[in-house]
Design a protein around this ligand. Structure first.
Ligand code: FAD
Length: 413
């Protein structure tokens, strides 16, 4: 079967590219090859089934700060298609989106099927071919790169053969396809997990699973790596946006260390001296009260009690009896508690992978391979990833869109 454009992978980036290409080249044959039985599976399960489509961040310069890998390269593309454009794109197709308090953007329906249906509907309207159950196992580059090769791309999926003038690879984080791309001459940055929770066995956290803090700061000691955000105590350690952010920024250097490191937790995201002063004021104001009963700082009671214990302050001690040394220890527990991380939590919290096609080999004006003028790459197949919040999809939408934009540009070359 021959198509003008073959898209490998029916995910977010693949659909967005296919739709924009079909819009730009009416009458051209665009076909998506998908290994799964259904397409857009990750969109369907994303955001807890609600699909966090993008983020309310309108400044490209600010937006790129959410990408531990790929931020620099995405700056130009975000000037052409970013979060506001994504909102407009869906609105134009009848999908209402809403902005939540923390900036995350979801469909008003709170149902990812709204997004899946919209993308499917557009693909159908534009006559895009979708072939499921087709796992690509071989990619052969066209001549003139290989003089013995066919004039167009050849793609094999088991015993099926496809050919195309233009090839778009949007297969996400699939090592098998990275291997095929490496065979084509692309460098693959080895994949490592990103966005994971931390395993910590520590008496201070025992029995506190489920407790969450609205804003905390965490730091990998000795690494210069830090992050802030909501924090969650789990049965196995710590999670929540602050930890996921730390894991994303630290994905590369925490991996070779087997995720064994020390994390400093500032439960209040405040300066130690300020907290010390506040505790000293509480000592004056609450002198006769038993200090473990109620925290003078914003902290869940059980966590407060645990940290008071950790500061070696007896349960029944009154505020008035507190020495400065005890106050200092408590202020440190509250703002700079050290915890030994023994590993990362698997899968459930792991939303993305760092690694993929080396960004130096991609022309980001149109997400085009620098090795082949008719090869395009977008989404997680590239060494681009973001923290949670809708940014990973945004990178996929932007890449897909700009690939579509290239079609006319290429004809004009
Ligand atoms: C549980 C979970 C929740 C998430 N929630 C969010 C969220 O709310 N917001 C957000 O921004 N990001 C979220 N993400 C991340 C987001 O899903 C990805 O960044 C995004 O899907 C990447 O899009 P993509 O098109 O590059 O890859 P994918 O969506 O992974 O699509 C790639 C497609 O290629 C297909 N494929 C792979 N290999 C082959 C092959 N050999 N032949 C044919 N087809 C192949 C795959 O089956 C797949 O359908 C979430 C991720 C997970 C795992």
């Amino acid at each position: 079967m021959h198509a003008d454009t073959l898209i490998l992978g029916g995910g977010a980036a693949g659909f967005f590219a296919a739709i924009r290409i079909a819009e730009r080249r009416p009458g051209g044959r665009v076909t998506i090859l998908e290994r799964g039985r259904s397409v857009l599976e990750k969109v369907r399960i994303s955001g807890g089934g609600r699909c966090n489509v993008t983020h309310a961040c309108w400044e490209p310069k600010e937006l790129v700060k959410f990408y531990p890998r790929g931020g620099r390269e995405l700056l130009g593309p975000f000037h052409k298609f970013a979060c506001g454009d994504t909102m407009g794109w869906f609105a134009d197709r009848g999908v209402e989106l809403k902005i939540e308090e923390d900036g995350r953007i979801f469909p008003v329906s709170d149902d990812s099927r709204t997004i899946v249906d919209c993308l499917w509907g557009e693909a159908r309207r534009l006559g895009i071919g979708v072939v499921t159950g087709t796992r690509v196992t071989r990619i052969l580059a066209p001549a003139p790169r290989r003089p013995d090769a066919a004039p167009s791309w050849t793609v094999e999926a088991g015993d099926q053969r496809f050919s195309a003038d233009t090839l778009v690879v949007t297969t996400g984080s699939n090592p098998a396809v990275w291997k095929l791309l490496a065979e084509l001459g692309h460098t693959i940055v080895p994949p490592v997990p990103s966005l994971f929770a931390l395993n910590i066995k520590d008496a201070r956290l025992a029995g506190l699973a489920g407790i969450s803090l609205p804003w905390a700061a965490v730091r990998a000691t000795g690494d210069g790596l830090s992050a802030e955000g909501p924090l969650l105590v789990t049965h196995r350690g710590l999670s929540g946006p602050a930890i996921l952010r730390l894991s994303a920024w630290g994905a590369r250097h925490l991996h070779p260390r087997g995720y064994a490191f020390e994390v400093a937790v500032n439960w209040l995201a405040r300066r130690t001296t300020d907290v010390f002063e506040e505790l000293a004021r509480a000592r004056d104001d609450r002198s006769r009260q038993q200090m473990s009963t109620r925290s003078p700082v914003e902290l869940p009671a059980r966590l407060w009690q645990s940290l008071v214990r950790a500061a070696e302050i007896p349960e029944d001690q009154q505020w008035a009896q507190l020495s400065n040394a005890q106050l200092r220890r408590l202020a440190e527990e509250l703002t700079d508690g050290r915890y030994r991380v023994t590993g990362k939590a698997t899968n459930k919290d792991e939303f993305t992978t760092a690694g993929g096609v080396d960004l130096r080999e991609v022309d980001f004006r149109h997400f085009r391979s620098k090795h082949y003028p008719t090869l395009y790459l977008a989404g997680e197949v590239l060494d681009i990833d973001a923290i949670t919040g809708g940014f990973n999809f945004q990178a996929a939408w932007t890449g897909g869109w700009l690939i579509g934009e290239a079609m006319d540009a290429r004809e004009a070359d």
